[in-house]
Design a protein around this ligand. Structure first.
Ligand code: UT7
Length: 325
C-alpha cells in the first residue's frame, strides 16, 4: 500500500511583475537579478485574491484531474506561512470553499518546506488507514509580507499555489519515503518578526516594519545548498537508488544558483532537473507542487518515473521525498 498522487493542479495569479518593473521600485537591475537568482519575473496576487483563493483553484484543478469531487477527500493539509488570517487555518477556509464536508483541515507552518512537511503528514495519515484520500496544498501570498522598498528581499519572492490529490492504493507506486529536519537555532536568519505573541500589533511595530520578512540571504544560501544535497542523498540511499535512477529532480525553487549547485553536487544532469524559478520566483511552500503540476502537464512524469524532491526554508526546516509516479 502506498499514497499515490492521482491528480495535480496549480494556480498562478495573472499579474506579472518583471525585473524591469522592480528597477522602477528599488535600486536594482534586471541583469543583477538574473545573474544572482535566475529569476526573470514573478506573479503577484490581485487585490481581491488571497492564499485560500489560490489554494482552492489549485485544489479544484487537482480534483478534476483525479476525477474526484471535494466530498471524496478525507483530509486537507495546507503548507503556508502567509495564510489569509493568523487563524483560523487557511485549510479550513479552503475546505469551506471547496465544499469538502467530509474532510478535516489544518495548516503546517514550515516555510519553504511546508509542502514536503504537509505531504509527509498526509502520507502518514493514509498509511495509518485513517482515510483514503488527502489533498496536499502549498499556497503563499508572499507579496503581502514583502517590504517592496528592500532590494535584498523583494526581488526573490512571488505568489501562487499548487496541490496534489493523494490516494492510498495497493502497489509499488506512490510516496516511497519522507525525510524531514529542523534546526530552530537558525530561526533569526529567515523570519517575520510581527505581529504575534512576541511582538504584538502596535503603531511602533508598523513603523519598525515588523510585519515584513527578514532574511540574511548569504547565510541562508550556504546552509541551503549543504542541507538540500545531504537530505537528497539520504532519500536515494534509504531506497537503494543512485542519482542515475532519478527521472525528475523537482526541488524547492528559491534561486537558480542554489538549484544548480545542488544538482551538480548530486551528480544529476540538467535534463533530470526541473526548473521554473525564472517564471515565478520563490513562492515558498508553493514551489514544489506548482513544479510537480507543470512537469506532469508537460508529460515529464510517466508511470514508474522516480521523482526526487527536496526543500529548505525558514525555521530552519528542510526535507526530501522520493516518489514513484
Ligand atoms: O527559500 C529559502 C529562502 N531564501 C533563499 O533561498 C535565499 C538564499 N539567498 C540568496 O538567494 C542570495 O543570497 C541573494 C540572491 C539573496 C543575494 O545574493 P548574494 O550573491 O548572496 O548577494 P549578497 O547579498 O552577497 O550581495 C552582494 C551585493 C551587495 O553589495 P556590496 O555590499 O557587495 O556592495 C548587495 O548590497 O549585491 C548588492 N545587492 C543588490 N544589488 C542589486 C543586494 N541586492 C541587490 C539587488 N540589486 N536586488
Amino acid at each position: 500500500m502506498k499514497a499515490r498522487i492521482i491528480g495535480t493542479g496549480s494556480y498562478l495569479p495573472e499579474e506579472i511583475r518583471t525585473n524591469y518593473d522592480l528597477e522602477k521600485m528599488v535600486d536594482t537591475n534586471h541583469d543583477w537579478i538574473v545573474a544572482r537568482t535566475g529569476i526573470v519575473q514573478r506573479r503577484i496576487a490581485g487585490d481581491d485574491e488571497c492564499t485560500s483563493d489560490m489554494a482552492t483553484i489549485a485544489a479544484q484543478r487537482a480534483l478534476e484531474m483525479a476525477g474526484l469531487t471535494a466530498e471524496d477527500i478525507d483530509l486537507i493539509v495546507v503548507g503556508t506561512i502567509t495564510g489569509d488570517y493568523p487563524w483560523p487555518a487557511t485549510g479550513c477556509l479552503v475546505q469551506a470553499k471547496l465544499g469538502a464536508k467530509n474532510a478535516y483541515a489544518y495548516d503546517i507552518s514550515a516555510a519553504c518546506s511546508g509542502f514536503l512537511y504537509a505531504l509527509s503528514n498526509a502520507n502518514d495519515f493514509l498509511m495509518s488507514g485513517r482515510g483514503k484520500r488527502a489533498l496536499v496544498i502549498g499556497a503563499e501570498t508572499f507579496s503581502r509580507i514583502i517590504d517592496w522598498t528592500d532590494r535584498n528581499t523583494c526581488i526573490l519572492f512571488g505568489d501562487g499555489a499548487g496541490a496534489v490529490v493523494l490516494e492510498a492504493q495497493e502497489g509499488d507506486s506512490g510516496v516511497l519515503s519522507c525525510h524531514l529536519y529542523s534546526d530552530g537555532n537558525y530561526w533569526e536568519l529567515l523570519h517575520q518578526p510581527g505581529f504575534g505573541a512576541k511582538n504584538p500589533a502596535s503603531a511602533a511595530g508598523i513603523e519598525a516594519k515588523l510585519p515584513f520578512l527578514r532574511m540574511e540571504g548569504n547565510e541562508v544560501f550556504k546552509v541551503a545548498v549543504r542541507s538540500l544535497t545531504k537530505v537528497s542523498k539520504e532519500a536515494l540511499a534509504a531506497n537503494g537508488y543512485t542519482s542515475a535512477d532519478v527521472g525528475q529532480f523537482i526541488p524547492h525553487q528559491a534561486n537558480l544558483r542554489i538549484l544548480e549547485a545542488t544538482t551538480k553536487r548530486l551528480g544529476l544532469t540538467s535534463e533530470q532537473s526541473f526548473i521554473n524559478v525564472h517564471k515565478y520566483g520563490n513562492t515558498s511552500g508553493a514551489t514544489i507542487p506548482i513544479a510537480i503540476d507543470e512537469a506532469n502537464r508537460q508529460g515529464l512524469l510517466k508511470e514508474g518515473t522516480l521523482i526526487l524532491s527536496a526543500a529548505f526554508g525558514g525555521g530552519f526546516t528542510w526535507g526530501s521525498t522520493l516518489i514513484r509516479w
